[in-house]
Design a protein around this ligand. Sequence first.
Ligand code: SIN
Length: 490
Amino acid sequence: MTKRYELNELIRSDNFIDGKWVVSAGGKRFDVTDPATGKVIAQVADSHAADARAATDAAARAFPAWRDTLPKDRAAVLHRWHALMVENADALGRLISLEQGKPFAEGRGEVMYGASYVAWFADEATRIYGDIIPQQQRGKRMSAIKEPIGIVAAITPWNFPLAMIARKIAPALAAGCTVVGKPAEDTPLTALALVMLAHEAGVPAGVLNLISASRDNAVPAVADWLADSRVRKITFTGSTPVGKYLARESAGTLKKLSLELGGNAPFIVFDDADVDAAVTGLLAAKFRNGGQTCVCPNRVYVQSGVYERFADLLTTRVAALKVAPATDPAAQIGPMINARAIDKIARHVDDAVSRGARVLTGGKRLPELGPTYYAPTVLADATPEMQLSCEETFGPVVPLFRFDDEAQAIHAANDTPFGLASYFYSQDVRRIDRVARQLEAGIVGINEGALASEAAPFGGVKESGYGREGSKYGLDDYLSIKYLCQGGLE
Ligand code: SIN
């Protein structure tokens, strides 16, 4: 029977290396705090290069045996891990809320979302096919087989403490790779709990290793992986500057990279859109995790004919959103992750207002709730000169830009170095086809605000990175193709 844990039983504070919980080599720890209150939840290992190295050593020892397991046996382990995640969805959801701040319903939703990738890749493990290449010369047989790439280093962000690491570890293990990982310093507890469940599911010692590190020590720890030729792949979700650093620093050992980086998603509402549906879609896309999602719309372009109506409907719905701690069952938006995050949001709104934006609702911090709360905000009359037009705000702020024609909207939407998600609403079939093809983004939502699915390829273009997570394509990033040419057959 699958074991159900209490929340406190899931809280781990040491590194997990070679199947054991171990203190960091330097014996140091750092605080993990509740973003709603600043209260310390746990003190976890503050790892350095020596810990990263120990994790790699374990992953290297474990690789040959894990690579050679039957795919159906790897699948069985992943299915058991999935079952444990589902069985413990309440406790894991509460842990996510506690260290990340999202309301419990969203935290639990994230557990199920992350678990869906584990189930998906469990099945995909048994479908890693190669090819027999049609014969080119007599006496020669040519084929292509797929092999696990080797040790994978997974580096994950704080905004989805469970889903982001699950959707990296699951395909890596399914492919036959071993893993070393480091979660974000703000939210290591969920990842540590997940690793504990993976161990219980039967992931062998050394196959999955996780270390935590403070902001200061993250660089030396990760640098060890970047320089180590045994680590063959880096998979990272986070900011574009860090993604570029990883690409630069791993070039010395030419690792394969999957980089899911920052976005600056446009959301376009054409005059021919179903305006009610567009408002509902925007709410779903924008306010998930309080706007702290790489695929959250950051710039909302509304055509002149529906601008006022859209702004009115949106303002009414946004003003009704309930901001409260994650522990409040009615909460729809929790605290932002930390002081840096809330300062950036306030800076973006202040800059926009100083350049002529009108606050339709929100536009302020909520000190009565705590220092990390910001009111859901709608700003009218946004312009391209404003900081929030060029930078991801990563908070509950919707700037409305007015446009007159389709070409203008497409130009504005694409006028960014980023290209992760984009969204548009229209009921004209010809326009839908045209606009979907012209948007420079890895993901396009058409009359839909909720895009995430384990069955879909998630990833960006331009400076939003490369590689895809989820779907039948998601496994390719963890495999290399080997060409076999057998001669002397005649
Ligand atoms: C992200 O913020 O990286 C994306 C989360 C998701 O929609 O899966």
